[in-house]
Design a protein around this ligand. Sequence first.
Ligand code: PLP
Length: 411
Amino acid sequence: MTSTPNTQNQKPKTYSYGKQTIEQDDIDAVVEVLKGDWLTQGPYVKKFEDDLSQKFNAKYVSAVSNGTAGLHLIALALGWGKDDIILTTPITFLASANCILYVGATPDFVDINPITYTIDTNKLEEKILVYKAKGQNIKAVVAVDFAGHPCDWKKLRQLADKYNFQLVNDNCHALGAEIDGNIGYASKYADVVNMSFHPVKHITTGEGGAVLTNNFELDSKVKILRTHGMVKENFPNESRIPNTQHPTPKTQPPMWYYEMQELGYNYRITDFQCALGSSQLKKLDRFINRRNEIAEYYNKQFSNDERFILPYVQENAKHAYHLYPLQIKFENLQITKTEFFEKMKQHNIGLQVHYIPVHTQPYYKNNFGLNDGDFPIAEEFYNNEVSIPIYPLLEEDDLIYIVNMIKKIAK
Ligand SMILES: Cc1ncc(COP(=O)(O)O)c(C=O)c1O
């Protein structure tokens, strides 16, 4: 009988598919801000943005309250609206597609590549041509670096230039991934990039996100929209700066002055979250290396076994392993996927599935005429996929236990 590690006289150890790593210096960084004057809208937000900008080689960064807010701001800043068609992948978190709905645009999907599990660029071009034949152009593509493996960004850039659409990298799974050794690939190829710092991600701020771009105008829009559409300086020409009892020149409005140019939101992040973010970012390389070590161990243990299909890594890519998506061929086994999840849970291993294909969600079926069977590769992937635990805190005996239980139960 294999027993959960480190359980002698302790609560049994439990596992989930992902978990944050918080160390004493992270706690110290947050406490320092809590003792200071600025809990929000202070210097740590700018510092975190500068740190992200430097790490990922993006000219402009806006830290925001979460990754979903970031996607909403991107949709607004790119000017999506009614009559715009935006394409994305069905194998992603709801937010990648929901941001299209928030602004009243129309979502459509492109099936995944069966090897990399990211958007299939051949099928994408086919779909663009189908729309073109009907006299319609697509406005944008939201491509997702699923599990931490970069999409084929060179091809995506080529298609974006050829067919003139906006390119968004929903990079929430792939902080620390690389193409050709470049950790800044996301804003190199895409027009705009979205990140999330939810605790299951590579680095965390609790809740949090960021929008990265090399486009000044786009960044300015995101920054205004994340705080109510308010402008406090550099007013556009059409501004109506009020008369005061002590009039100041038009270029120098009174100190209290602000105006609303757009309908915006409160999607701000706090200073103590950003202090945590800056502290965590220093450790990203270490975290990614540990995730890669764990993935290598799993690869070794599950290879040459007909029950399993392993995640693939393209030659010019570095995987960030937000997830380790193991495919288990349940159709050849006695046990069902539901029973497998239940049994693993009984042994303290919490698993997850990433993802139920978005087009099969009732809301999407009911409102956009989508159906089961529309994207068969994504659906087959969903039937097989199991996200098994991967996070830096896992130790050797944890991994041995997890692998043993999977092999024992998947019969
Ligand atoms: C691919 C993807 N996009 C967007 C999001 C949304 O991020 P958040 O949870 O920070 O709102 C997530 C979060 O899980 C995600 O995985």
